[in-house]
Design a protein around this ligand. Structure first.
Ligand SMILES: N[C@@H](CCC(=O)N[C@@H](CS)C(=O)NCC(=O)O)C(=O)O
Length: 199
């Protein structure tokens, strides 16, 4: 029995970690926190954002760090490609997914949470930036099953939950450029919940 717990709630970064756990077949508990009350997460990890991983004596925050921890310490499919070149490509896509792709959504969310929602013009700029990023993602996936190499990697595991979260939350309009990506998003998200134990 794994003693691994993820603290978080329904955001793309939490989904990303759950997808990685499911893909690697690692049993885990997901402890849902109240986004308005970060005390438990702060006490555990000395910072306020989720996901936070607790595995025995190890506590770790930041979804990308958690993915690397899981990959280094658990068996199951490797998340970082099968060569140095592939690993560089995974790193590039991860950077893209966390900045260009997720950035417009984060701008909308962060402004809402802070009580200073964007005006219509700024929201439209976010929608445009997101549509452009979807175009790049679609070009990267054209004629391919996964973003890097022949297998699912941290590139897919990082990018697809961002797409899923935006599609499900309607935080931004769903652009035409995203439509060819829907099958790929669903394939990646099918790993969410796999191995999840009762809270
Ligand atoms: N660098 C951190 C960022 C964590 C973060 O911002 N977490 C939340 C909120 S606590 C989030 O993912 N928000 C984006 C969303 O709402 O999908 C990570 O990657 O884990």
């Amino acid at each position: 029995m794994s003693d691994l717990t993820i603290y978080g709630f329904e955001t793309s970064n939490n989904m990303k970690v759950r997808v990685a756990l499911g893909l690697k077949g690692i049993p885990y508990r997901f402890r849902t926190i109240d986004p308005a009350d970060r005390e438990e997460v702060l006490g555990l990890s000395r910072q306020r954002l989720t996901p936070v991983l607790q595995h025995g004596d190890v506590v770790l925050s930041d979804s990308a760090a958690i993915l690397r921890y899981l990959d280094a310490n658990f068996a199951g499919p490797g998340l970082y490609g099968s060569s140095v070149k592939e690993q560089w490509e995974v790193d590039d896509w991860e950077l893209f997914a966390r900045s260009e792709l997720a950035g417009p959504m984060l701008q909308v969310v962060h402004n809402r949470v802070q009580g200073t929602p964007l005006d219509a013009a700024a929201e439209a700029r976010c929608a445009e930036a997101f549509a452009a990023a979807c175009g790049k993602l679609a070009a990267g996936l054209a004629g391919r099953e996964w973003l890097v190499g022949e297998r699912i990697t941290a590139a897919d595991v990082t990018a697809a939950p961002v797409m899923h979260r935006i599609r499900a939350s309607k935080l931004l309009p769903w652009p035409d450029a995203a439509k060819p990506l829907e099958g790929w998003i669903d394939k990646v998200m099918a790993y969410d919940g796999v191995g999840r134990l009762a809270d």
